[in-house]
Design a protein around this ligand. Sequence first.
Ligand SMILES: Nc1ncnc2c1ncn2[C@@H]1O[C@H](COP(=O)(O)OP(=O)(O)O)[C@@H](O)[C@H]1O
Ligand SMILES: [Mg+2]
Length: 260
Amino acid sequence: MAADTLVIERLNRTFSSPAGDVAALSNIGLKVKKGEFITLIGPSGCGKSTLLKIVAGLDSDYSGTVLLNDKPIEGPSIEKGFIFQEPRLFPWLTVEKNIAGNLSLKDPKVRAKVDELVALVRLKGFEKSYPRELSGGMAQRVSIARALLRNPEVLLLDEPFGALDAFTRAHLQEVLLDIWQKNRTTMLFVTHDLDEAVFLAERVVIMNPRPGHIRTVLPIDLPFPRKRASQSFQELRRKVLSEFEKVEEPAVDHDHGAGI
Ligand SMILES: Nc1ncnc2c1ncn2[C@@H]1O[C@H](COP(=O)(O)OP(=O)(O)O)[C@@H](O)[C@H]1O
Ligand SMILES: [Mg+2]
């Protein structure tokens, strides 16, 4: 049995505002094994980004336990790579300099690592290009490479492919799975795309809002590479979907007087 890389217990996060308190996260519990691929799915406002920010060390205003390798999260660190929906590259730096960050490419070790990452995200030949010369998908691959530079323990991805067209998105999913299979980095991947959640994950965490909580965790017991058109894939997709439909029913019942 692999060790738990991430342990979350009784996690609560409330935002206070003049209009009242918002329970962004309520009693979240989740254990993630080393090397596991987890997708978090749920409608807008269910606390996905809040959860990711807490794990990233970008938000410490919570109650409960969040441990990375048995240690409480204390601010951002190289153990946690974060990838946002938009690539956030420096426009005045080349691809390779964006990846190297504040490390010098004159250092042979850094040079070798950057070259390895460029190959991993399939950007050979674009090392000297600038962000404006890249497509959205290529730019996002640069940001993935940058996040991998210091061999993070966990990669936190907040709807990283949300702004991309369907074909580019599918391609980047393949690239990410390839990286995961080579590096075995633990992945926490937020999406609101059902197909994406099922295609990538070993377990899908289904969240619901008001208050943000985990409704259920579904194992996706399909071998890689997966086929979206396969019956087993479609069955699991339906299973995830039905978890959302279950939640919406009571609201409809209240509004329209069910059972009549
Ligand atoms: N900085 C903040 N201040 C006040 N409320 C916030 C803040 N960040 C998030 N929230 C609220 O917390 C809830 C969860 O937000 P978020 O984690 O961004 O959801 P998701 O990423 O699933 O769409 C939402 O109701 C949102 O309005
Ligand atoms: Mg979000």
